[in-house]
Ligand binder design. Structure first.
Ligand SMILES: *Cc1c(COP(=O)(O)O)cnc(C)c1O
Length: 218
């Protein structure tokens, strides 16, 4: 499938849900993909990408940006506190804010660099022990805690459990966002982005449906 097929499917899902055109950003998730596949998507004019590792992104995006001009790169994978400095330098958005220590580090890096990426708080709606994210019951207080650090929170992010109906998780995420006055919803991947769009996604993160299967899982 090509990028333009995905774009048309997003447009169709949006029209069906009576959502205004242009309200969903497509993040092309390029993690682990060979450079030539990423390059071919850049050559179509697409300029919004997602990576899940700081180091991998550092090895790839400075040179692509030199060659193609400004490209928005979103961090969608877990962020360790000791990688916050390069993450704030490199990324336009961080989708995986999920603990106070990380929030404090990001707040001080934003001060130091005078540059602030968009921030999304990851919510572990499935309450899965192995998964990152704040629990739904703790989300309101964590959002308030981040705001008290003067962080501007743009929205929430979720990765639903693989074996459950994602729509339930998308709806829960949206409910938490609404009651906290947050407009951004980062939800939906290759297998479920149309349902996410129907339920209000402002950012979908689509990898394998655009680039093909990844050579290995990360
Ligand atoms: C890899 C990844 C994606 C993209 O997954 P696909 O199924 O290839 O679309 C989306 N979100 C996150 C957080 C990921 O790690």
């Amino acid at each position: 499938m090509s990028l333009s097929d995905i774009t048309s499917r997003i447009t169709a899902a949006k029209a069906e849900a009576n959502r205004p055109a242009g309200s969903t950003r497509l993040i092309a998730v390029s993690k682990v993909q060979p450079d030539e596949r990423v390059r071919s998507v850049l050559e179509t004019g697409h300029r919004v990408f997602g990576e899940n590792k700081v180091q991998e992104a550092q090895g790839k995006w400075p040179s692509f940006r030199e060659e193609f001009g400004p490209v928005e790169v979103h961090l969608i994978g877990p962020l360790q506190s000791n990688k916050v400095k390069p993450a704030v330098e490199l990324f336009d958005a961080i989708h995986t804010l999920d603990r106070a220590k990380l929030a404090r580090k990001i707040a001080s890096e934003i001060q130091a660099q005078g540059k602030s990426p968009e921030l999304f708080i990851q919510v572990n709606t499935g309450e899965e022990p192995q998964k990152a994210g704040v629990l739904p019951a703790e989300a309101d207080s964590f959002i308030a805690e981040c705001r008290a650090m003067d962080l501007v929170i743009n929205g929430l992010m979720v990765i639903p459990p693989v074996d459950e109906e994602p729509a339930l998780h998308f709806s829960l995420l949206r409910k938490i966002a609404e009651r906290n006055g947050l407009s951004g919803l980062s939800m939906g991947m290759s297998s479920d982005f149309e349902r996410a769009v129907a339920l209000g996604a402002t950012h979908v993160r689509v990898g394998s449906a655009i680039f093909g299967e990844r050579a290995y899982e990360v």
